[in-house]
Structures are given as C-alpha cells and as structure tokens.
Design a protein around this ligand. Structure first.
Ligand code: AHM
Ligand code: MG
Length: 334
C-alpha cells in the first residue's frame, strides 16, 4: 500500500529537498493547519457546541458577525501569535492589523485571513471554509504597519484555504503547484490526497449569483447570455450552473473539475469595486487558481497585479478555467 504523506512531511520535503520554503514559513503553515483543525471541530459540533447563530456585533464592513466568524478569528490569532514566525495578522473580522504582542518574538511574515468564509451557510450546514494568504514583511524598517500589508498578490509566499465540508480539506500553494490534504480524523493529521492539481482550460460550468443579473455590466451579461443560449447559441454547447455562496466551495469545485466563478462589479453600488475582498479572498484564491493552470482577473487586470490601496479593499472577481476567464476578460476590453 502506498505510504501516506502527512502535511508535516510534505512541508519538510518542500523545505529540505526543494528548498522552496524557509523553516519559519513551514512552521507558520503548520500552525495555520492546526488552527483549521480546531475550527473544523467547532464547525462539526454545530448546535451541540452552541456555535451556531449570530453574535451581537458587526465587522468593519458592516456585516453582522456569526458566532463562528468570531470563534474562528480567535482560534487563528491565538494559534499564531506566540510562535515567533509572524510580525502581524489581518482579518476580515478585524478593522486594523493585529501586531504580535511584545511578550512574544516577532517574525518576518504577515498573515491575512478570512477566518470563516461563506458565513451565510454556517447555520444551514453547507460547506464553509477558512482562506489565508502569507506575505513577507518588508525588511527596510523596524516595527510593522498596515502599509506593510499593502502588497500585490503576486508577492504572496504561501496561500490556501481549508474547506469544512463532507471532508475537511486543506488546499495549499507555496508557488510550486497546488496540493490538497484531507483531514484524517482518527490520526488527527492532514494527509496528501492530490498534488499538481490542474484546472482544465475549458469548461461547461459557470458559478455566479444569477439574482443580480439585472445589475450586471454588459460584458458579464453578454457572457452569461451566451452560456444560457446553450447548443443553439454562439457557444454551440450547453452550460451547467452551480452557486454555493461559499467562495471556498465554489473554488474547490473548480480546482477539482474546472469551471468559472464570477462575483463581478455591479450597478447596485457603483462605487464599490465588487463584493469580495482583495487581500484575503481574491488574492489567495487567484494565486491557487493560477498555480493550477487557471486564470484570475477583475475583468480588466490580473488580480495578482492589483496594487491594494487599503486592507479591506474589495474587487470584482472572475476566476477559473483559463479559456473562459480570458473570454470574459476579452469582452470587457471590447
Ligand atoms: P463572507 O466572507 O462574509 O462569507 O462573504 C463572502 C461570500 C463568498 O464566500 C461567496 O462567494 C459570496 O459571499 C456569496 O455572496 P451572495 O450571498 O451575494 O451570493
Ligand atoms: Mg469571505
């Protein structure tokens, strides 16, 4: 029987054999994975653990927080603050950055996360996840500020997500392709289930919230109209649709069997570039998708080339199977 490769072994080999990751980054990723295991346990308990429902608070984006949003945020902070590998953290659930307290050593990395993505699915027992992105702190000055986080997505040194679904699976890139690890609950460890994940360049499956159709811009409307026209339309083939309302679950499907995901800018709030957040949703997902051979743009520009202006910046997102993403992006240029 083939030997099982744990996440720990995978990371050690990435560090030792391939020299891809420094030991501090390996440690950081191990700690993030451990935090995800804890979050997975809380998610699994659901009502039995008293973790469902809404907390009496709002986050910086004015969204009502769920109890699990707050729990997951605390788990990630408590797991990561003392290890000495991080300088600071930033999260969807916190307005400013969280600088590692003075009582702990400061490391050279910055961690960003959406602790619990797909919050609207928590109480209905549908897949949700944690998304994370790792950057290196610029080393030209002491201390750490919010400005240090404002780096384009192409500067990421690691990115991934953990999906809490029928299985708990951690999906990771350190710039050498995408690997997937499923949590073996008896062993308590993440085990490698797939390496070199590849997204097919073509697809017949799209993911978009169709209820916003009347608000879309012309290029997105045109693309979806053409998909809906099916075999008889300009694309000459039928398309299928999926929308889970958890980006982690939609992206996981795309990494598994291809597809295109869009949460585009729309006319409801013209000044808002999109719904999703650039630094801890679009950047890590965009890099994973690119590492698997797909593409990710905001319709006009590669997501990973966008220079962020603020921590909680929003962005229009089109990602997945390369030929389809290029098609929609091309429609924006036309
Ligand atoms: P969240 O981070 O507050 O959970 O919001 C992000 C989620 C994405 O996971 C998902 O793609 C999208 O919001 C769904 O939005 P909608 O409910 O408008 O379809
Ligand atoms: Mg989110």
């Amino acid at each position: 029987m083939a030997q099982k490769i744990s996440l720990t072994r995978y990371l050690v080999e990435q560090q030792r054999v391939d020299g891809l990751i420094p030991s501090q980054l390996r440690l950081l990723l191990e700690v993030v994975a451990r935090a995800c295991k804890s979050i997975s346990q809380a998610v699994n308990k659901g009502a039995l653990g008293g973790v469902l429902g809404t907390a009496d608070s709002e986050n910086v984006q004015g969204e009502v927080q769920k109890k699990l949003d707050i729990i997951a945020n605390e788990v990630l902070i408590e797991a990561n603050e003392w290890g000495g590998h991080l300088a600071a953290m930033a999260s969807e659930e916190m307005e400013g950055i969280y600088v590692v307290p003075n009582r702990y050593p400061q490391g050279e990395y910055l961690l960003l996360f959406d602790p619990l993505d797909g919050s609207s699915n928590i109480d209905v027992n549908v897949s949700i996840g944690t998304i994370f992105s790792v950057l290196k702190k610029p080393d030209d000055h002491p201390g750490v500020t919010e400005q240090d986080f404002l780096q384009a997505g192409r500067q990421q040194v690691a990115a991934g997500y953990c999906i809490y679904g029928p299985q708990t699976t951690l999906v990771l890139t350190v710039g050498d392709g995408v690997a997937m690890f499923t949590l073996d609950r008896e062993q308590g460890s993440f085990v490698l289930v797939q390496e070199h994940v590849t997204i097919p360049a073509d697809t017949r499956e799209f993911a978009i919230n169709m209820s916003n159709m009347r608000h879309w811009d012309t290029p997105v409307r045109r693309y979806i109209d053409e998909c809906l026209a099916g075999k008889e339309g300009p694309r000459g083939k039928d398309f299928n649709m999926r929308w889970i309302a958890s980006m982690v679950a939609d992206v996981h499907r795309i990494l598994t069997r291809g597809g295109i995901f869009m949460y585009p800018w729309d006319k409801r709030e013209p000044d808002k570039p999109g719904k999703l957040r650039l630094m801890y949703e679009a950047n890590p997902m965009g890099w994973l998708v690119e590492q698997a051979g797909g593409a990710a743009t905001n319709g006009r520009q590669r997501i990973l080339d966008i220079q962020p202006g603020k921590l909680h910046e929003r962005v229009s997102v089109i990602l997945g199977s390369k030929n389809e993403v290029e098609r929609v992006t091309g429609y924006h240029q036309g």
